[in-house]
Design a protein. Structure first.
Length: 51
């Protein structure tokens, strides 16, 4: 949201959000395995091993 009015509008739609889908998305995007892979890529970039 970029404004107070957008935030108010978004809050009125919270009840429409699927809890199950949110949980699946978080588990996929923020799993320990995903975090480890992203840290590995970051370290390799810092070492100049990948662009």
């Amino acid at each position: 949201c970029n404004s107070k009015s957008e935030m108010i509008s978004a809050l009125s739609k919270v009840s429409q959000i699927s809890r199950e889908q949110c949980r699946k998305t978080v588990e996929t995007r923020f799993s320990a395995e995903k975090a480890a892979l992203e840290y590995e890529k970051l370290y390799m970039r810092l070492l100049g091993l990948i662009p």
